[in-house]
Design a protein around this ligand. Structure first.
Ligand SMILES: CC(C)(COP(=O)(O)OP(=O)(O)OC[C@H]1O[C@@H](n2cnc3c(N)ncnc32)[C@H](O)[C@@H]1OP(=O)(O)O)[C@@H](O)C(=O)NCCC(=O)NCCS
Length: 182
């Protein structure tokens, strides 16, 4: 796994270190997500599978011994040229320092993401911070962001959850992005 520096991501003045998760991080990741509403609390088992089978597509940010950030993702088998961001969680004390953006950029800089030409995610209408994050990434990458309803309140959630809109950023050229990041 390349270090943050090797991956072309600027090192952080706040001393965050990025790395792939391991199974023993599972309980801490589950607890971090539970402190980051409105994220869904998926099962502890789900976070363990992400931290093992999908470790190449997930990242934790550590400050000292403390895990303060988490991004889960994968490359959908049906759309392998895209990188899907599942959840982004930054502990309240880590917010506002560009950590979410840098975690996502570090994931895309990994060798496992060779061939990726777009990023997708889903966001509810009212999650302003999340929309700001993905619009900011689209601006940095000089790529369009398209939005369309994907999982709808009634048809897909039986009325229990708000509609999730897919945001698709791309196409972009990862090689050029890495060069620009220096
Ligand atoms: C959303 C979240 C991950 C942002 O983490 P962060 O590390 O503070 O975000 P960053 O510092 O990287 O900010 C990225 C961009 O989003 C903007 N942003 C972040 N939080 C914001 C907020 N609450 N309101 C408006 N804009 C916000 C930043 O200003 C920045 O934009 P810029 O580059 O144009 O200045 C964090 O607030 C969080 O964990 N929230 C709860 C869980 C959640 O909603 N996750 C996202 C859904 S997957």
């Amino acid at each position: 796994m390349p270090s943050e520096k090797e991956a072309g991501v600027p090192s952080s003045p706040a001393g965050f270190a990025f790395r792939a998760p391991v199974a023993t991080d599972g309980p801490v990741i589950t607890a971090l997500i539970s402190r980051c509403p409105p994220l869904d609390r998926n099962s502890a088992y789900c976070n363990l599978i992400q931290s093992t089978h999908f470790a190449d597509h997930c990242v934790v940010a550590q400050q000292g011994e403390r895990i303060v950030g988490w991004v889960s993702g994968h490359r959908p088998p049906s759309d392998p040229a895209s990188f899907f961001v599942w959840q982004v969680a930054v502990a309240s004390e880590g917010r506002g320092q560009g950590l979410a953006k840098r975690m996502i950029k570090s994931l895309l800089a990994r060798p496992a993401q060779r061939g990726v030409t777009s990023l997708t995610t889903t966001v509810t209408e009212d999650n302003k911070a999340s929309w700001a994050l993905f619009h900011s990434l689209a601006r940095d990458w000089n790529a369009p962001l398209e939005r369309a309803a994907l999982f709808e309140r009634d048809a897909h959630f039986a009325g229990a959850y708000p509609t999730e809109y897919e945001a698709r950023i791309g196409p972009f050229d990862l090689k050029k992005i890495k060069e620009a990041q220096g």
